[in-house]
Write a protein that binds this ligand. Structure first.
Ligand code: IMP
Ligand code: MG
Length: 179
């Protein structure tokens, strides 16, 4: 029997197991490791949702790299508000650095669509995307995602860092909304 959980007023069912997630993150890490050997990339992880993914992805790359965290979140409830806050907490000079944006999920894509030009303005040597989850039916912009975990249906998910109004980030597996 699948374990249904309740967060606030909504019910969620298991969707991606811990083993499936970690296997995929290991693959992504191996690919990044191969591409960025001797380049000392900066992992720019987008809080809050990416904190667990970033921790696992960084440990899956056995090369010199830096990890730093920024905040951009503009998401409330289960639908994107479309407004973006400022970039908070960037404490690394990205000029001439190879930046890997580490993002938990691309839904509409609005967040990254607005953030990437800001990042380009900081003069990095390169910008690459490492994204755990992509909702192809929701995304409104085109992104080149060299390191992608899973394409998922357009349903709200929680767990492995992702939340529903604050809850669910500490779940080890990814759960999908029961509609
Ligand atoms: P976007 O700008 O619409 O691509 O979404 C930006 C952010 O919204 C993501 O980085 C997540 O933090 C959050 N988000 C989008 N979809 C979901 C979801 O299904 N579950 C939890 N958070 C989500
Ligand atoms: Mg996020």
């Amino acid at each position: 029997m699948q374990k249904i959980i309740t967060l606030h007023d909504l019910r969620f069912e298991p969707y991606l197991t811990k083993a499936a997630i970690l296997a995929q993150v290991q693959k992504m890490g191996a690919a990044i490791q191969k591409d960025f050997q001797d380049k000392k990339p900066v992992f720019l992880a987008v809080l809050n949702g990416s904190f667990i993914f970033a921790a696992d992805l960084a440990r899956a790359c056995e090369i010199d790299l830096e990890t730093t965290f920024i905040k951009l979140s503009s998401y409330h409830g289960t639908a994107s508000t479309g407004e973006i806050k400022e970039v908070i907490g960037l404490d690394v000079d990205l000029k001439n650095r190879h930046v890997v944006i580490v993002e938990d999920i691309i839904d509409s894509g609005q967040t990254l669509y607005e953030f990437i030009p800001k990042l380009e303005g900081m003069g990095p040597a390169s910008i690459s995307l490492a994204v755990l989850l992509l909702k192809p039916d929701a995304v409104k912009y085109e992104f080149d995602i060299p390191y992608l975990g899973f394409e998922i249906p357009n349903k709200f998910v929680v767990g492995y860092g992702l939340d529903y109004n604050g809850l669910g980030r500490n779940l080890e597996e990814i759960y999908q909304l029961v509609e």
